[in-house]
Design a protein around this ligand. Structure first.
Ligand SMILES: Nc1ncnc2c1ncn2[C@@H]1O[C@H](COP(=O)(O)OP(=O)(O)OP(=O)(O)O)[C@@H](O)[C@H]1O
Ligand SMILES: [Mg+2]
Length: 298
């Protein structure tokens, strides 16, 4: 049995096809990153899994069909949606209690307190949700998705607008959930997040899957991409002689392709010999973002 099964899923908004025959399976205990540029179809897919969207095809959560076994599939799933939405008249604790009621969960006070603490919301427990900051609201969204301890958790950009410190503690909490056996699907635009947490990566573009692989395979693919040297200089003339190495040119910033370390020394020496001052030097190893672009264009 799979934690998540997506079979031939098509999602149309009128005549526009946002998801075009999506197929994948996630095994119990996996931590999968779902990557794609804005508008790729990530939220459309998550809304379909959550039963918010109507769609063509078949989706199963923990073996339960999200259409024909809606109660069981919903009980198996916790979704942290991308858009913030709360009842503005409830306090933090009431919101979580109410959410628990929706799943028919009672006597979970201890768990709610634990989740509240892990989300750093303890001092806001009796505050109205209206009065929370954006980052706090985002953390409450995560807490809401966890009230019924679902085996499958989907997070749609949970760390957007959350400051660095809280983001790291959120990562710690999500990693702990994964460790304790939860299956996790995460979308994010922070590639560091994917590198830290996920062991499998699915990339979608224009409603189609363009790659499915383990993180290791992806990193191996990464090793075929060049290390780059970013420099800033006002003197564009000399750079022309290194034209064949230029990957990107943006005003006074240049990105050069580096084949090896000797080449780096050679380039820097050429600048020095020509008396050209470099205002900024930055050596960059390929990131997952570079890989993503590489996959889109391949
Ligand atoms: N309710 C809707 N009606 C019409 N078109 C929609 C609707 N929701 C999404 N779309 C379109 O479907 C496509 C996929 O949108 P979706 O929100 O799934 O993207 P996404 O990958 O989540 O992007 P982002 O990274 O910006 O959150 C986009 O072109 C979007 O405009
Ligand atoms: Mg989205």
């Amino acid at each position: 049995m799979y934690a998540l099964e997506i079979n031939h899923v098509v999602k149309r908004y009128g005549s526009f096809t946002a998801l075009n025959d999506i197929n994948f399976k996630i095994e119990a205990g996996e931590f999968v990153g779902l990557l794609g540029v804005n508008g790729a179809g990530k939220t459309s897919l998550i809304s379909s899994i959550a039963g918010i969207n109507n769609f063509e095809g078949e989706i199963k959560v923990a073996g339960y069909n999200v259409i024909s076994e809606v109660v069981k599939s919903k009980q198996s799933l916790g979704v942290v949606p991308q858009e913030l939405a709360f009842d503005p008249f409830l306090t933090v604790y009431q919101a979580l209690k109410f959410q628990s009621g929706l799943y028919g969960v009672k006597n979970n006070k201890e768990w709610l307190f634990e989740v509240i603490e892990r989300m750093h919301l303890t001092d806001k427990i009796n505050s109205n949700t209206r009065t929370l900051s954006g980052g706090m609201k985002r953390r409450l969204m995560v807490a809401q998705a966890l009230v019924h301890k679902p085996p499958v958790i989907i997070l749609d950009e949970p760390t957007t607008g959350v400051d660095v410190e809280i983001r790291q503690s959120l990562w710690g909490f999500i990693a702990q959930l994964h460790k304790s056996g939860h299956t996790i699907l995460l979308t994010t635009h922070y590639l560091e997040e994917v590198e830290k947490l996920c062991n499998k990566i699915i990339m979608i573009d224009k409603g189609k899957i363009i790659s499915q692989s383990t993180k290791e395979n992806l990193i191996a693919e990464c090793s075929t991409l060049p290390t780059t040297l970013e420099i800033e200089t006002q003197d564009a003339k000399f750079i022309d002689s290194l034209e064949h190495l230029i990957l990107k040119k943006d005003g006074s910033s240049f990105t050069l392709k580096l084949e090896n370390n000797e080449q780096l020394l050679d380039i820097l020496n050429q600048f020095r010999d020509a008396g050209i001052i470099l205002e900024n030097i930055n050596i960059k190893k390929p990131s997952l973002e570079d890989i993503f672009i590489h996959f889109i264009h391949r």
